[in-house]
Write a protein that binds this ligand. Structure first.
Ligand code: UT7
Length: 326
């Protein structure tokens, strides 16, 4: 079985830090409420000259430069996102020229919302495993979101949790145990701001009415605490591993209380769960990539570490996979 080996990571965060106190100046909320309900203290928002595409490019460039891989060895470029600069062209395709990457390889975005990391990594793995281009055994996989542009300033349930940022990995394959668990359950749909889903974002209509993320937070919370333990258990067992074999559990960073709940329900050691939601907020498809990049920067990842990635999000979707660090 071909497993995923992460070679290097990259990180790009926008320049503006928005604290809970900053939010409390413009809406009825407060630092204590946000910290207690979500664990979030601050998040980053894009400022002048910053955008999703630029953040994705910076993170991908950083991962690529650190990898020691030549551009001729890159066989695939993928981006997990729901908030690129354009519906088309894709964020991924816009990396070809600035990174001087080959023209004869696929560039594509994947939209699985907050499950984006596992979806993108699994599809990159499957593509590389097909071995269509043996000279190009590496993929650059990036997660980016610029959710600040999709937040309704009058909706305090969404604009306190979401933030912007990008993370990237260069990955390849190695022999080893691997499994992924990907899925969606659209029957969970409830009517939430237009589209029938617990988290939704309509495409702009002909009147150019701004389009905002709508979310039923409680519904999503209930879904998350049910699906994450399922995803984690399924993936670990399908890979022929035990929980003890996992060095780090890296969950989508939506809300600290969701992660705490998973730790308690599964009776797993909480020090094995990386959490950065306090200073990054919820960056949807970028969140697991940002965790990986921060962990590498902090020296928390060691050669041969086994990492369990698990996310959930709009769809409602879920995704988890097990990967190894170089
Ligand atoms: O990435 C995947 C997508 N999203 C998620 O995973 C989100 C999962 N859900 C959540 O994180 C939580 O549901 C939220 C943080 C969004 C909301 O927390 P909650 O505990 O579900 O709060 P609630 O919406 O039930 O509101 C409780 C109370 C309400 O007041 P009353 O009716 O009890 O008087 C709200 O009006 O808190 C009030 N409230 C707030 N108060 C201060 C709601 N938002 C705020 C706020 N500041 N920002």
């Amino acid at each position: 079985m071909y497993s995923v080996k992460i070679i290097s990571t990259g990180l790009a965060l926008p320049s503006r830090t928005i604290t809970n106190d900053d939010l409390a100046k413009v809406e009825e909320t407060d630092d204590a409420w946000i910290r207690k309900r979500t664990g979030i203290g601050e998040r980053r928002f894009t400022g002048d000259g910053e955008s999703a595409n630029q953040l994705a490019l910076d993170a991908a460039r950083s991962a690529f430069e650190k990898s020691g891989v030549s551009k001729e060895q890159i066989g695939l470029v993928m981006v997990a996102t729901l908030s690129g600069n354009y519906s088309t062209p894709s964020v991924a395709s816009q990396m070809q020229e600035p990174l001087s990457l080959p023209k004869d390889i696929p560039y594509l975005d994947v939209n699985a919302a907050c499950s984006g990391a596992a979806y993108a990594i699994e599809f990159a793995r499957s593509y590389l495993a097909a071995n269509l281009n043996p000279q190009k055994p590496y993929a650059i996989v990036t997660g980016v979101e610029e959710l600040s542009k999709l937040l309704d300033p009058s909706d305090r349930t969404t604009n306190i949790i979401f933030g912007d940022g990008a993370g990237a990995v260069v990955m390849t394959l190695e022999e080893g145990s691997y499994a992924s668990t990907l899925g969606a359950e659209s029957s969970l749909a409830i009517n939430c701001g237009g589209a029938k889903n617990s988290i939704s974002l309509n495409t702009p209509d002909a009147s150019h009415t701004p389009s905002y993320i709508r979310m039923d937070g409680k519904e999503v919370f209930r879904f998350a605490v049910r699906i994450l333990p399922y995803c984690i258990s399924e993936t670990v067992s399908k890979a022929g591993l035990t929980f003890e074999d996992i060095d780090w559990f890296i969950c989508h960073q939506a809300n600290k209380r969701i992660i705490d709940h998973v730790v308690r329900a599964m009776k797993l050691p909480k020090e094995k769960f990386y959490c950065n939601v306090d200073h990054i907020g919820n960056t949807s498809g970028a969140s697991i990539f940002i965790c990986l990049a921060e962990m590498e920067e902090q020296g928390l990842l060691h050669s041969g570490d086994t990492l369990l990635l698990a996310g959930f999000g709009s769809g409602l979707t879920w995704g988890s996979c097990v990967v190894r660090y170089r």
